[in-house]
Write a protein that binds this ligand. Structure first.
Ligand code: NAD
Length: 435
């Protein structure tokens, strides 16, 4: 089978590479010429563990192609995936202009039956919207089907998530389209991946509901952490005690500086907007968003308040990406925290294993360091914002010697409060009272 993926970003490239690994012939399309040229030369535009090998291997074996020519790719493909961005607009709604553009372009090039699949996260009703746009712009009478196939991969573990997903959701009206999608995903059928086959609207909503639920779990435990700090409880143990209950589960109960990334912040806001457009108030999702904004602000205040005056202080920031194993800094808590500290006239020395180049585009004037120790050199405090593995076993004596003052903010609760105090640090974590 030949397929086309339009939009070769985090989702499009992983999807294309993984399908080609399944033996499918894939053309990845992007309007960004530089990106396509780099990919042809084996340069992966972002950091994702294992992706480079997968792309290079399948490219070499001729199953994975990169192109800016949508026409040729559409013509030879039975299935066309839309994987372009759906960034937030000012009112929280998803910006569908990229999706609309792609729908028009597809319409210009279809000459035979196609299955057009949305992988982008899109509001309920977008499948119908795409159908209308394509129908209006078709050059000749051609049959096509629309499918919603939302993507649940996690950056940093994207290949494993694609190859061994918890579930595959397929929303479609036509049985023919469902059969083609099942055929495409056959390798996952063989490993007994659960398939949820439903209508397009339900599939579209499953994606938003899932992300909003996970975001709510994070905000819930963050608010518990704030209470723990006041009453002398330990949020790690609270989370463990809760998570052992099978009805609750242990995942997404890690207190921290607040959620970020390219999905949770935008998808929660988009879901609120979808609901309000239908006169439904989603109070819980709204509260999760507010709690998150509060958590990021509260974290920054915690750092500022530890000092008599933050002005002129140098703060070492460890971790810039919104989570480990990615270079994605979209809505990363580290960026908000740094901006707020800069506004208070603090100086920043930052280090991240892979996200510094991306961060330089938004924060060009902070000092970028060669490793965690370099970042701490001469700083008044160190803040672990992202829990990269290499920050999990720092040489604490060395860190203490390098710091001007032994202030240690562990926003991911990696270290043991008693041990850190015994080492002479003024140690702050999340939801564990230590001072
Ligand atoms: P991205 O910004 O990394 O990639 C989007 C790509 O689409 C870019 O390379 C852009 O140049 C290209 N593009 C835009 N308009 C185009 C056009 N007309 N023709 C060809 N290419 C075009 O975005 P992403 O993070 O991969 O997200 C894509 C979608 O998947 C979003 O809706 C997102 O919410 C959803 N999603 C993302 C993740 C994630 O972890 N990043 C996970 C699940 C779902």
């Amino acid at each position: 089978m030949h397929i086309t993926i339009i939009g070769t970003g985090y989702v499009g490239l992983v999807t294309g590479a993984c399908f080609s690994e399944f033996g499918v012939f894939v053309t990845c399309i992007d309007k960004d010429k530089n990106k396509i040229e780099s990919l042809k030369n084996g340069v992966i535009p972002f950091y994702e563990p294992g992706l480079e090998d997968l792309v290079k291997r399948n490219f070499k074996q001729g199953r994975l192609k990169f192109s800016t020519d949508i026409g040729e790719a559409v013509e030879e493909s039975l299935v066309i995936f839309i994987a372009v961005g759906t960034p937030p607009r000012g009112d929280g709604s998803a910006d569908l202009s990229y999706v609309d553009d792609v729908a028009k372009e597809i319409a210009n090039h279809i000459k035979s039956y196609k299955v057009i699949v949305t992988k982008s996260t899109v509001p309920v009703g977008t499948g119908e919207r795409i159908r209308k746009i394509i129908s209006q712009h078709l050059k000749e009478e051609v049959d096509f089907d629309i499918v919603s196939n939302p993507e649940f991969l996690r950056e940093g573990a994207a290949i494993e998530d694609f190859m061994r997903p918890n579930r595959v959701v397929i929303g479609a009206k036509s049985q023919q389209a469902v059969a083609i999608m099942k055929d495409l995903y056959r390798p996952l059928y063989l490993i007994e991946t659960p398939f949820v086959i439903t209508n397009i609207e339900t599939a579209e909503l499953i994606k938003y509901a899932s992300n909003s639920f996970l975001a709510t779990k994070v905000s819930f435990i963050n608010e518990m952490a704030n209470l723990c700090e006041k009453v002398g409880a330990d949020v790690n143990v609270v989370a463990k005690g809760m998570g052992l209950d099978g009805r609750i589960g242990p995942k997404f109960l890690h207190a921290g500086p607040g959620f970020g990334g390219s999905c949770f912040p935008k998808d929660t806001k988009a879901l609120l907007k979808i609901a309000s457009d239908h006169n439904i108030e989603l109070r819980i999702v709204g509260a999760a968003i507010k709690a998150n904004e509060n958590q990021i602000a509260r974290t920054t205040e915690k750092i500022k308040n530890a000092f008599n005056a933050i002005k002129g202080k140098t703060i070492a920031i460890l971790g810039l990406s919104f989570k480990p194993n990615t270079d994605d800094i979209r809505e990363a808590p580290a960026i908000s925290i740094i901006q707020s500290l800069l506004n208070a006239d603090a100086n920043i020395r930052a280090y991240d294993p892979v996200a510094m180049d991306n961060t330089k585009t938004v924060l060009p004037d902070i000092t970028y360091c060669s490793d965690a120790y370099d970042a701490c050199n001469g700083a008044d405090a160190v803040v672990i914002v992202t829990e990269w593995n290499q920050f999990r076993n720092l040489e604490m004596e060395r860190i203490k010697q390098l710091l001007k003052q032994p202030y240690f903010f562990d926003l991911r609760n990696i270290y043991d409060p008693q041990k850190m105090q015994a080492l002479g640090f003024r140690y702050y974590s999340v939801g564990r009272r230590t001072l």
